[in-house]
Design a binder for this molecule. Structure first.
Ligand code: NAD
Length: 366
């Protein structure tokens, strides 16, 4: 029986089984006939604080797929918050449907009311297919939302802070591998020149790094080739480039067996989420190939650090200062992984789990 059939035949047992597997706390189904809202909020773990995670709108092919995604993403948020030293738990929300057709003010506000009903146990923000504007609508119904525009006291677009954290993680990985964190004269191949990739290029160019870039957007490529003298390559050619650092900043799962075989770099440090196609296979494969991988959920946490700052009282300087800590944590993780003979993603996950378990004990007495 397929998982989807199983879910349809015995949805409740199937879902509780899934919650049990990674010890999720809560899964909330939100339905509204009038707006067509079908949303699922997953709260993975609130040991460290309220669960914070963005709301993704996606046209899932089945409800089972949506459940699977929200459970996976919420758990990832627990690790990201934990390793970043934030007093936040992990959660996420998905709204099922095509963003182009379903997204309305009423739908976002109705969703905001469901968030409000969780009384702060879940804090939402933007994610794929939701914007700062959408969060303004959510904010009309609940205070438990971050990622608001600066005009409303929020931190605005978190991407520049994400880029800064990724840059810090990259410098730390360079220090570990080359003995110096200077990227001057180093060749960095960047895949995806979007909101994060673009800001990352600014830092790298300022440092005097040589840039190789790829994107599906030709205009963006032309702009950076002209302004920074970046060398443009097409699509998959990016993997085989003779570079010191490869920075995936577009898509997840790009570190698969086929692409890893092509890599010709010593460091991987980028902002994309879930870069390892299968962390148990591709984490060790990178170690064998002598490539140092800066764990994605650690070095792309700048955006989360920024919205956390918004939650406790926004201050850009403090958000950037806290994001700088990614440098030290990355160095620690890379050293620990080397000493323990494990891959870096595993070392990062273990450190995040340790913090959650340690703080759980701290909270065990009145
Ligand atoms: P974005 O959509 O602004 O940029 C992505 C870029 O990748 C676009 O320019 C797009 O044209 C390009 N792209 C898409 N498919 C491609 C392909 N096949 N080959 C090359 N380029 C391709 O997104 P973003 O906000 O810059 O985020 C980039 C990555 O970082 C995503 O994986 C995102 O989940 C992750 N991330 C972003 C943030 C943030 O604050 N924005 C935080 C954490 C993680």
């Amino acid at each position: 029986m397929s998982t989807i059939q199983g879910a349809a035949n015995n949805q409740s047992a199937e879902i509780f089984g899934q919650l049990f597997t990674h010890d999720h706390e809560e899964l909330v189904f939100c339905q509204d006939k009038h707006t067509g809202l079908k949303a699922i909020i997953a709260i993975h773990n609130t040991v460290l604080g309220p669960g914070l995670g963005g709301t993704r709108i996606w046209n899932y092919t089945s409800e089972a797929e949506a459940v699977n995604d929200v459970l996976r993403l919420s758990r990832g948020m627990t690790y990201k918050a934990a390793i970043s030293g934030l007093n936040l738990g992990g959660a996420k929300a998905v709204i099922i449907g095509d963003a182009k057709t379903i997204k309305t003010e009423a739908l976002m506000r109705k969703f905001g009311r469901f968030v409000e009903n969780l009384h702060g146990k879940y804090i939402t923000a933007e994610d794929v297919n939701t914007t700062t504007r959408d969060m303004e609508y959510v904010h009309m119904e609940t205070g438990h939302v971050v990622g608001l525009p600066e005009s409303m006291g929020g931190g605005g677009d978190p991407s520049p802070v994400t880029a800064y954290g990724t840059y810090m993680g990259m410098k730390a990985a360079a220090k570990h591998v080359y003995g110096s964190d200077s990227l001057s004269g180093k060749t960095v191949a960047v895949q995806g020149i979007g909101k994060v990739g673009g800001h990352l290029l600014e830092y790298l160019h300022k440092d005097g790094a040589k840039l190789i870039i790829t994107d599906i957007n030709e205009e963006v490529l032309a702009k950076y080739a002209k302004e920074m003298g970046a060398v443009v390559v097409k699509g998959d050619e990016i993997y085989g480039q003779d570079a010191d650092v490869f920075a995936p900043c577009a898509l997840g799962a790009v570190l698969n067996t086929e692409n890893i075989k092509k890599l010709n770099c010593k460091v991987i440090a980028g902002a994309a989420n879930n870069q390892l196609a299968d962390e148990n296979i591709h984490g060790p494969m990178l170690v064998e190939k002598g490539i140092t991988y800066a764990p994605d959920f650690l070095i792309n946490a700048g955006g989360l650090i920024n919205v956390y700052q918004e939650y406790i009282g926004y201050n850009r300087e403090t958000a950037l200062r806290n994001t700088e800590r990614i440098y030290d944590v990355t160095l620690d993780i890379l050293k620990t992984a080397e000493q323990n003979g494990t891959h870096t993603q595993l070392a990062a996950t273990q450190l995040a789990e340790k913090r959650v378990n340690d703080i759980l004990r701290v909270k065990s007495t009145y």
